[in-house]
Each structure stands twice: as structure tokens, then as C-alpha cells.
Ligand binder design. Sequence first.
Ligand code: NI
Length: 247
Amino acid sequence: MYIDTHCHLSSEDYDDIDIVIKDNIENNVSKIIVSGCDRKSIEESISLSKKYPSVYLTLGFHPSEVDNYDLDYLKEALKNSKVVGLGEIGLDYHYGKEKKEKQKTLFRKQLDIAKSLNIPVVIHSRDATLDTINILKEYNLKGVIHCFSGSLETAKEYIKMGYLLGIGGVVTFKNSNLYRVVEKVSLENIVLETDSPYLTPEPDRGKKNSSKYIPVIAKKISEVKKIDIEIVEKITTNNASKLFDLK
Ligand code: NI
């Protein structure tokens, strides 16, 4: 049984979510953690979690929401029984360079909430590794570095701080060296994610992604690490269950 630890699920992206969920389960992806990261997707994710037993939630305001967030609203939303963490939150200097300080403020405010609720965080960090690490060091939290794509050195730094690496379709991309990092990092420090509808793994790159592709990512990791895919399945599922307290 696999867990997709990070995806986005919206009727804007998928014609029929019933079919998406059915496909996931047929492909042995029995639990998915949907990330609601703006007001609209938080609303929709909560209602999906009520409809589908396999859907769990992480909720939080993405750095792109620096001008649109409402933390009282978020605190209320986090009371939902399917919530397993806070995110995705973090820093994006690729798109939000001119709003660095505002982003850092929003990031810290949400880390404070996670700390007070004692829940794991899901971190979005793009072109902002140093600031992300320095801010996370101010807190003693657990979580996932979502869509990790940094160097082995950066990976080791996050692992030392107690974070897991979220590995997705990028590990299959021919123009990415992520597989070299995955090869050297222990499976105990990895969880699987799709970030669907984005980042579909090879050979279907370019098509719409969904959680059903998780075994494709696991297969690539098993090849890179020269181990059985069942071991990847067992250990990454165990890592995710433990971190997010999934029964
Ligand atoms: Ni995402």
C-alpha cells in the first residue's frame, strides 16, 4: 500500500474525481494527502476529505498567497478531523523575489501555528534554500521538504534537522540529477509524492499527473537504489504513516 504525501485535487483540474480516486486505489495508492494552499483549495480539499475516506489534508497558505492569507480562517480549517499537517508553506524566490520579507513573515506565522498545534509541516522552498533552513532552525518541528530537488549537501542538512524529503516525478526526469541524491540518501528519510496535477513522471511526462503514478516513482527509486520495489513501498509508507500519524 502506497501513500501519496502531497497532491492537489480540484474539480478545475479533473473532470471526474470519483474516477481519480478509483484509479488510485486500483494502483495500490490507498491514502492521499491533499494540500489546500489558498482559500479556494482549502475549502474544496476539506469537502473532498469528507466525501472520500482515502483523502487526508494538509492546509496552509502557499507563499504565493502573501497578500491573500487569513490566519484565523486557517486556524479554524485546521480543526478538521482529516487534517494531518500544515502546508504547503515556505518561501518562493523564483516567483516572489520582491516580496521576500512578507513571505518570511507569513512563513514564521504559520510555523508558530504548527508549533502550537504540534503538527508536522510541509515545506515549499524554491530558490530560497538558505533562508528556508535558517528559519526552520528557529523551530523544532518535523515535516517534509516537498518536491525536494536540491544537492546532496542540502538533503543532508534537512535530514539532520529531522525533515523527510518528498520525492516525486522529478526523480524520473532525464534532465534532472535528483536520482543521484536519492541514490545516496537512506530510504528512511524519503516519502513519496506526486504534486499532481503537476510533474507527471516519465514516460508520461506532459500528461496530467495523479496519485496513481506513485508506484512509477517507487519503481524508479528501486532501480536507482538497486533494491526491490516492495522495500521502497514498505519503508516510504511507514515513514509517511509515522510522520502524519495515519492509522
Ligand atoms: Ni504542491
